[in-house]
Design a binder for this molecule. Sequence first.
Ligand code: ARG
Length: 586
Amino acid sequence: MDQFKHRIAANVASLLEGIPAEEIRGLLEVPPGPAMGDLSLPCFKLSKALRKSPTAIAEELADGIQGGNRENVIANVSAVSGYLNIRLDRTAAAREVLPGILSSGENYGSQTAGEGKTIVIDFSSPNIAKPFHVGHLRSTVIGAALYRIFNFLGYRCVGINHLGDWGTQFGKLITAYRRWGDSAKLEQGAIDELLGLYVRFHEEAERDPALEEEARAWFAKMERGDEEALALWRKFVDVSLAEFAKIYELLGVTFDFVTGESFYNDRMGPVIQELKQKGLLVEDQGAWLVRLDDYDMAPALMLKQDGSSLYHTRDVAAAIYRKDTYDFHKAIYVTDYSQSLHFRQWFKVVELMGYDWAQDLVHVPFGRVSLEGASLSTRKGNVVKLEELLTQAISKIGEIIESKNPGLAHKEEVARQVGVGAVIFNDLSGNRIKDIEFSWEDALSFEGETGPYVQYTYARASSVLRKGAGRQEQAALSPEYPDGNGTNVEPDNAFDSLTGEAEFALVKQLSLFPEKVEQAAAKLEPSIVTRYLVDAAQAFNRFYHDCPILTEDRALRSARLALVQCVQITLRNGLSLIGLKFPEEM
Ligand code: ARG
């Protein structure tokens, strides 16, 4: 669609005095309903510059275009209450869009715009010794989707898992573990065991305040590099990482670096020095902080009374390290919105330190997840763990497959791909800033705006293509890419028959994919891709319902099969970007 917009904008600009085509391109919109054309230009946005009424502008443009100055992809135009409504030539559109998709294949929608630029994405970042909960799921799937989207647009991405592996809570854990824990229980119970110890620490500390003192002492030892303290800490880290690894494996998420907060320990001193030198640190009751009153923010605490560093300090040190190491174009941080102030504070500290790249630091906040009334508080120990969520989703999908399609090949793998996909898709389906109330019913439905629905549509397209190619064999899980499917169509006029209502709507929908990917990156909003996939799947299902594909008419049949193949390519590329697999049959 973008290519059409460019040409139509040039066409319109040639009829107007002094408005650049680029500006017109930005104004062209896809109207809400097909009755208003395929593209529309809201002329009231030009009336100030042109000193004419929107109606007059729309009418002049309509006259000019109908009078012969007409880009060939335009079929006709009409002026309706200040809008210039444009109808595309269906044949011209199909001729251009479909061969483009077929020849691009897995690169359809990709770009080279980001070449030479690096984007650092700090995401997932769970806390050691605490369960990976549904809140971290969002950071993981949003971060991983942004990573793939930017990669697709040509950027080099660096994915960092900034584990919460340092801080006073480890002093508490060491204290609790030395009193009540043992290594056999730890091996067995893993994070549950650590969580139990943490909960017990808080219960007992209410009666016995000396515990808090002991915990502080242990953390101080960790900071001084005490071997006994560090050995225990490492044990907690290893146990936790082994458990997180299972979840990343299920989600299909990897990182370039798993460097937790502790990675920056030896960079803390220099940051404090630098802050002091630059006159930014002030003492307050033995602690050191940066005042941010001028920016209407609470001060950023950089050093505690006991000399230990804080979350802020570690983020500043990490950002300087990342700038030095990767020379990033942008550094993105994906966390829930409750941390917005934290990021605004330390971004400001970096700016006050005189680093102009502070403006390239971006917090990507997202809403909270509530899970049918379940509490997400870690401290009380009643958390909903992500691994359980995923295994439940997989087994629910397994049951559905068992009842609907018991003979399916690779049943277990498909259940896994669809179950996990349902959870990921659900998480990415609304604007990220919105709170989510997770519902099993919504997420696992094969209908409506869900992952299974899009995956099912993909499988349906694949099945049509197999039949079209006369292949009856069981479908593989992931096909060779791109899949030839035997739809050898002649160029030029091969798609001229695809001008029916549902066919044209589908062609238009497919043509929107590249700009949706671009918007998703610009707005840091993977849900744009997710919602697009639902729209594309619906457009395909309407076409599938209205138009017989495997008809006797050979030319029509191969044109329609080619269209289905374009659907397959587009859905596959979109699903991959948001992190879903695409089983060939389900
Ligand atoms: N570990 C933190 C948490 O679970 C998230 C860390 C986000 N990244 C960062 N650089 N602050 O809340």
